[in-house]
Structures are given as C-alpha cells and as structure tokens.
Design a protein around this ligand. Structure first.
Ligand code: A3P
Length: 314
C-alpha cells in the first residue's frame, strides 16, 4: 500500500511537468515505467492526456486536423508530427464532426477531449472519417474558417486493399465470417462500386465537398505512399504548412526490418506503430486489380485537376 502511495505521488509530481517538457528532459521513460507499474499504460501507448493540468497550459480546440483518409497513413502522420515540440496531439479519434451524437454534445465537450497545451503549441486531432463525411466540412468551417487541414492520401487501389484487410482482421477477431476480396469487389461479373471501400477511394467526389468551404491553400495533402518509404520530406512539408520551425530530423526515424516500416526515435525512446498498422495485404487477382485501377483512373485525373497536383497512382 505504502509502495502504491509513493508511486501515485511520483506520478502526480511528474505529470505536473508539461506534456512535452517531461519527454524533453528524458523523464518520459521514467514516467512510463511508473505508469506501467500501476497499470496505466499498455506497452504501445506513449501519449496520455494528463488529468492534472500543468501550470500555464489549457485545452484548446485544434488549430489543425488530419481529416483522413482512412487507411491513408493517418496514425503514422499523427505520431510522427508528435515528435515536434510545438505540436500536441489528441491520441484517440474523436469523431466530433462526423458523428451526430458527438456533435450534439457541443464544442466544450470536444475541447475537453483535447490534450493540455501551451499557447505556442498547435493542437492536432485526427479522425479519418471526416474526409468522407458530407457534414464535416461545413461543421469544421463553422468552428474555425481559417483552420489548417491535413489530408493524407495513398494510391486509391492500395487503399481499398488496406481497408479490406483491416475489416478482414476485425471480423476474424470478432469470429464473424470473412470473404476473399475478389468476392466483395466483384458482383455479378462487374465491379461492385457500392462497396464502401471503393467509395472512400473516390477522392475527387469527397474533395469537392471540402472545396466548397475551404480554399486549396488551407488543405495540405500528404503523400501517404511517400510517407511509408521516406517520411522525413513529407513531415518537413507539414512543418512548413503549419509555420513551425524545422524540428523533425532524419535521426527521428529508423527502418525496422521486422516490421518492414519506419519507426520513431524520439526523446531517447524507440517505437513502432501498433501491429494493426502495416499488415501484409492479400494477393489480389490481377484482373480485379486492373478493374479497380481502371475505375479510379478518371476520378484520379479529376482529383489532380482539382488540387493542381498529380500523384503516382496507378
Ligand atoms: P496497411 O496496414 O494497410 O499497410 P491509417 O493509420 O490511416 O489507418 O493507415 C494505416 C496505414 O499506414 C498502413 O496501412 C500503412 O501502410 C501506413 N503506414 C505509413 N507509415 C507507416 C509506418 N511507419 N508504420 C506502419 N504503417 C505505416
């Protein structure tokens, strides 16, 4: 009991340092170890929103939101941006603007889910569902018409396969029946364009909604395919977009052969994304792949015109 009390005391004392301060001082590891001992942390969680408000900090509505796209690399982008000392992130997906029941709870509710930050820090939230939600652009605009939006996209066909893979594993875990991807993507010999994963990859359709409310210079597009192979340049572009001093460096990343992805080195600690990120994809029948790519072709061209930029999508 006495041991527990001492631990709780230590936790309270350390939590009083700022969200970034403790990690800059290398205390993050000590804090995590203590939290682990009292069962507050799983081994994959780095962030937490301290209940005790560090002096000089406040919870603020985000000045930047990662709006999507689902399976685009949104978690990797958020975690990598969190390396920056002037960025604080909301670790859980809030679903404020895309879920009516949350939106009805009001802006105070939303703000209370944000981490504590100093005035010079930028709060970033990510909810990938915003990009494909028709209500989100207007609602976000109403909250802050000059907000900076981050949109991470990857090859639309790859995104469909990634989306399928995520649902496949979720269903397996919940003991639900699964189907091979070809059975879902092709119905009666034709492409099943009603399949949600395909709909979500129609970037031009969704982008049109956003451009009704925001100018192009308010939406920075991160190349999700490049973020996988070479994260630093993509992050440097985000630093510029957010008017932040360049603080993220190549030494913040190392390639993990076992995972097959870049992992993060920050504040003297190394961590990879959760095992649900970067799962192997199934082999997809080549005819089905070509059908998907052909379907997305015009949509992609339309998207390139909309954003005055092209991508290496098939
Ligand atoms: P896969 O799991 O299909 O490979 P999101 O976080 O939006 O759900 O995106 C998940 C995708 O992020 C993963 O899709 C993976 O390809 C990509 N990703 C990008 N950088 C990554 C990294 N460093 N580690 C793991 N996954 C990464």
């Amino acid at each position: 009991m006495a041991y527990l009390l001492v631990l709780v005391f230590f936790l309270a004392a350390l939590t009083h340092s700022t969200p970034k301060e403790y990690s800059q001082q290398g205390e993050g590891a000590i804090l995590d170890s203590l939290k682990q001992q009292v069962g507050l942390l799983t081994n994959e969680t780095k962030n937490y929103s301290p209940q005790v408000q560090p002096p000089g900090t406040n919870r603020r509505i985000p000045q930047s939101i990662i709006i999507g796209v689902r399976k685009g690399g949104t978690r990797a982008l958020l975690e990598m941006l969190d390396i920056h000392p002037e960025i604080v992130v909301a670790t859980t997906e809030v679903h404020f603007f895309d879920w009516d029941e949350n939106y009805a709870k009001g802006l105070e509710w939303y703000k209370n889910l944000m981490p504590f930050s100093y005035e010079n820090q930028i709060t970033v939230e990510k909810t990938p569902g915003y990009f494909t939600s028709s209500l989100s652009p207007e609602r976000i605009h109403e909250m802050n018409s000059s907000i900076k939006l981050l949109l991470i996209l990857r090859d639309p066909t790859e995104r469909v396969i990634s989306d399928y893979t995520q649902v496949y594993y979720n269903r397996l875990e919940n003991h639900k029946p699964v189907q091979v991807i070809e059975e879902i993507v092709i119905r009666n010999g034709a492409l099943n364009t009603k399949y949600k994963a395909i709909q979500r990859s129609l970037y031009d359709v969704h982008m049109e909604n956003w451009l009704k409310y925001f100018s192009l210079d308010q939406i920075h597009i991160v190349d999700g395919d490049t973020l996988i192979t070479d994260p630093l340049p993509e992050l440097q572009k985000v630093e510029k977009f957010l008017n932040l001093r360049p603080r993220i460096m190549s030494s913040n990343f190392y390639f993990n052969q076992t995972k097959g992805f870049y992992c993060i080195r920050s504040d003297g600690r190394e961590r990879c994304l959760h095992e649900s990120k970067g799962r192997p994809h199934p082999m997809v029948n080549s005819t089905v792949l070509e059908q998907l790519q052909a379907y997305f072709k015009d949509h992609n061209q339309n998207f390139y015109r909309m954003v005055n930029r092209s991508f290496d999508w098939h």
